[in-house]
Design a protein. Sequence first.
Length: 64
Amino acid sequence: MDDKQEYLRWLEEMWDVQKFDLQGSTEREEERTEEVLEMFRGLARLSKRSVEPPHFPPHDPSER
């Protein structure tokens, strides 16, 4: 089977999946995808913040 035939078979399978979408699974996948993307957007926003590390006094082993 050549690449063109494989691609056409894959395209046909994808069409069948969309055509026979049972109980809105595609919609659920899209919602879940959006949730995951929003989580990554939040992480991106957090990573752009400038955060100073907390200052701790040096450890003194004699203070026990």
